[in-house]
Design a protein around this ligand. Structure first.
Ligand SMILES: *[C@@H]1O[C@H](CO)[C@@H](O)[C@H](O)[C@H]1NC(C)=O
Ligand SMILES: *[C@@H]1O[C@H](CO)[C@@H](O)[C@H](O)[C@H]1NC(C)=O
Ligand SMILES: *[C@@H]1O[C@H](CO)[C@@H](O)[C@H](O)[C@H]1NC(C)=O
Ligand SMILES: *[C@@H]1O[C@H](CO)[C@@H](O)[C@H](O)[C@H]1NC(C)=O
Ligand SMILES: *[C@@H]1O[C@H](CO)[C@@H](O)[C@H](O)[C@H]1NC(C)=O
Ligand SMILES: *[C@@H]1O[C@H](CO)[C@@H](O)[C@H](O)[C@H]1NC(C)=O
Length: 308
């Protein structure tokens, strides 16, 4: 019969009075069941280790006795051993691979006495089981659920975990975030065209220019050439369907840019000079006028003051 519970080996450490000789006889027993220990001797101690098979009926506290006999001397000691049964919890998904938008139930069950914590489930009162429903979305693809069962044995909390992974079939998808529809590049610069299609199964992606069918190199670092500009149709294909997206590549010519900049600079210079000169001339005219007026006023005053 296969035991449902196993335990780590039962170690017993005994220090004998005086020198220990390998002739010492070691006896190890669990209640009245005699065990067959493996004994390791060192200078003033020995380790006796034995494996025990236990049946579910033996659950509970049992006594382990270790005796060492050397000549006519016997030393013995006894320890309590807790025998428990703690199988890993059962974590089940109603389906492990589903199309997007399918309701999936996630359920975790442990044996009575244990409490489970299920990732993704709202934390309720501790219980031996937990479950929730999930509307599978693309974001849930490859999502791993963890169920952790905890059992208290002899004052210690023990954990056993189980995980399950959900696969969600979706796509293909091409969106603005991962495949922008408008690229503006400088001629001769090094650029990587990043266009990522999403889906499970992973879609195949290619981009052809509308006018001549020229292929756009996606994902490679390339030197941008003038003849790359144009409107491309990017197509993501999987067995679940096809999606298309228009991608416009604009290549700007650096030389033309310099010329434009120079023209603008010259224009700005010319305009500001004209404005400056005009302002100067206007000001000068105003001053001359003011001067003439003052002179006229002075002359008039003099005329008034001189007696006829
Ligand atoms: C054990 O044996 C030794 C000698 O072999 C003897 O002197 C001693 O009294 C014995 N002890 C007991 C407890 O019988
Ligand atoms: C699951 O979610 C999708 C998208 O949000 C929605 O269209 C669908 O009706 C939902 N299914 C159920 C059973 O709630
Ligand atoms: C877990 O599943 C196994 C096999 O289906 C079953 O024998 C066991 O009782 C289940 N455990 C619980 C806690 O339901
Ligand atoms: C099980 O999961 C719990 C909670 O996430 C963690 O504390 C514990 O270390 C895990 N145990 C094992 C054996 O992975
Ligand atoms: C693409 O971007 C350029 C510069 O960033 C802009 O001039 C042009 O209008 C945009 N075209 C589209 C179709 O959005
Ligand atoms: C652009 O021109 C280069 C040579 O100048 C040529 O090798 C390349 O195939 C052309 N690309 C396209 C998309 O026409």
């Amino acid at each position: 019969m296969i035991p449902i519970a196993t335990r780590p080996p039962l170690p017993a450490l005994l220090a004998l009075l005086g020198a220990l000789l390998p002739e010492a006889q070691v006896l190890l027993a669990l209640e009245d069941q005699r065990l067959e220990p493996t004994v390791e001797y060192s200078k003033d101690s020995l380790w006796a280790t034995a494996w025990v098979k236990v049946t579910p009926e033996e659950k509970g506290i049992q006594h382990l006795t270790c005796a060492v006999i050397l000549g006519n001397q016997t030393q013995w000691t006894q320890e309590k051993v807790t025998i428990y049964s703690f199988p890993a919890p059962n974590l089940t998904l109603s389906e492990s691979e589903v199309p997007e938008g399918t309701m999936v139930s996630v359920e975790c069950k442990a044996h009575a006495g244990a409490v489970v914590t299920l990732s993704g489930a709202s934390a309720g009162t501790p219980a031996p089981s937990a479950q929730f429903m999930l509307n599978a979305s693309a974001e849930d693809n490859e999502r791993t659920f963890l169920c952790s069962a905890a059992l208290e044995v002899a004052g210690k909390v023990l954990h056993k975990n189980k995980t399950q992974t959900l696969l969600v079939l979706y796509g293909p998808r091409l969106d603005e975030r991962d495949c922008p529809g408008n690229w503006t590049w400088e001629e001769d610069s090094q650029q990587t065209l990043k266009c990522q299609a999403w889906g499970n199964p992973v879609p195949k992606l290619d981009c052809h220019r509308k006018v001549d069918g020229a292929l756009l190199p996606i994902g490679d670092l390339r030197r941008v050439m003038r003849n790359m500009s144009g409107t491309y149709i990017c197509k993501a294909t999987s067995r679940l369907g096809v999606v298309k997206r228009e991608v416009v590549v604009n290549v700007i010519h650096l030389q033309n840019n310099i010329v434009t900049t120079v023209i603008i600079l010259v224009a700005v210079l010319v305009i500001s000079s004209i404005v400056g000169i005009a302002a100067y001339l206007y000001n000068r005219q105003r001053k001359i006028r003011e001067y003439k007026l003052q002179k006229a006023q002075a002359a008039a005053a003099m005329k008034l003051n001189t007696p006829p």
